[in-house]
Ligand binder design. Structure first.
Ligand code: 5AD
Length: 350
């Protein structure tokens, strides 16, 4: 590690903030030694706030229909090879029932941008779930909507909303998405969600095409300034039926490095060790936890549709990331010193 990198890390640890140039130098100049220093501090902060608890979320993938055509995503509208499905209300409720029994106290309903799931439908569903499981949190991950739609979903009882910003560099954003999707609109949605009162999650892929240390610096500065409650990051993994089929996959090492940096920027943030990280590297999920992630999101979707929610190829869905294998996940976490807890797992504020 050079003296410059050492100085940057010291500044990050003492002020939780860096300039764009410093973030960029830190990413470009990182090495194992730099990671070890960041990791140690990130874990110290994580343990001070969350101990060795790992929060779990039951992920229910409600639909793989999507009106958008993001260049990286396997469920993009133009992918004619994607076999489309929608869960029924009863199927979603039975996922919750199953999940509750397994010990989940957060249900995450995620899907493509599918107009079939109207605000009326979602609001009725959310309020029923909250009535049936008053001790559970409901998280939504359903893409961009109007302020009024978000407000209705919040008033129906939804607690949290995940909407990754994907990249906070607008030029980079435009190389990952068709013209009708803009960073400006994405940020407006995130601001609305926060204003309404949701616990809000943003996040980006790591190693997406055209990403550079410079664009990642913009992501970190955005995270620092927006101060999300949650931040989901995982390596980009190519999907064969997308325009990015032949692009290189993102690195698990850089993902872990960024997890540690984000923990230091915002010590109480909820950081998932993502399925993409588990897919990109062997023991990726464990590496994420050891980089200070404190959340895992096992899949609660019905087994019959699970392989259809294919955002990228080889997405894990039957191993320790599946809700049925929770015992195996518990053992894995235990073997690295962590404990899965049965808890809503809200962000701790002070
Ligand atoms: N590789 C990794 N992550 C992806 N996502 C979508 N496509 C891919 C891919 N090919 C991520 C996006 C999205 C989240 C639901 O999944 O960041 O927000």
């Amino acid at each position: 590690m050079t003296a410059e990198i050492k100085g940057i890390i010291d500044k990050l640890i003492s002020t939780r903030s860096l300039s764009l140039e410093e973030y960029e130098s830190l990413i470009a100049g990182r090495d194992n030694e730099a990671y070890a220093v960041l990791q140690k501090e990130a874990l110290r902060l994580r343990h001070g706030i969350y101990g060795n608890s790992v929060y779990i979320r039951g992920l229910i993938e409600i639909s793989n229909y999507c009106k958008n055509d993001c260049y990286y995503c396997g469920i993009r509208k133009s992918n004619k090879h994607c076999s489309r499905y929608r869960l029924t209300r009863d199927e979603i409720l039975s996922c919750c029932e199953n999940g509750y029994r397994l010990g989940f106290r957060t249900f995450v309903m995620q899907g493509g941008e599918d107009a079939y799931f109207s605000d009326d439908f979602m609001c009725a569903l959310i309020s029923d779930i909250k009535k049936m499981y008053p001790d559970c949190a409901v998280t939504l991950s359903l893409g961009e909507k109007s302020f009024d739609s978000y407000k209705r979903l919040f008033d129906a009882g939804a607690d949290r909303y995940l909407l990754r910003h994907e990249t906070a560099d607008s030029e980079h954003y435009s190389r990952l998405h068709p013209n009708r999707l803009t960073l400006e609109s994405r940020i407006r949605c995130l601001e609305s969600l926060k204003k309404i009162g949701f616990q809000v999650g943003c996040g980006m892929m790591v190693g997406s095409p055209f990403q550079t240390p410079g664009t990642l610096a913009v992501d970190l500065k955005f995270i620092e300034e927006f101060s999300p409650d949650m931040c989901g990051i995982g390596p980009f993994i190519p999907h064969k039926d997308t325009p990015f089929a032949n692009e290189e996959k993102g690195s698990a090492e850089l993902t872990c490095f960024l997890l540690a940096v984000i923990r230091i920027i915002k010590p109480n943030i909820l950081l998932p060790s993502t399925t993409a990280l588990g897919t990109a590297a062997s023991d990726g999920r464990e590496k994420g936890i050891l980089a200070s992630a404190n959340v895992v999101m096992p899949n609660l979707s019905p087994l019959t549709v699970r392989n259809k929610y294919e955002l990228y190829n080889n997405k894990l869905h039957t191993g320790a990331e599946s809700a049925e294998k929770l015992e195996a996940l518990k053992k894995k976490m235990k073997s690295i010193g962590y404990e899965i807890v049965c808890d809503r797992g809200d962000i701790k504020r002070n």
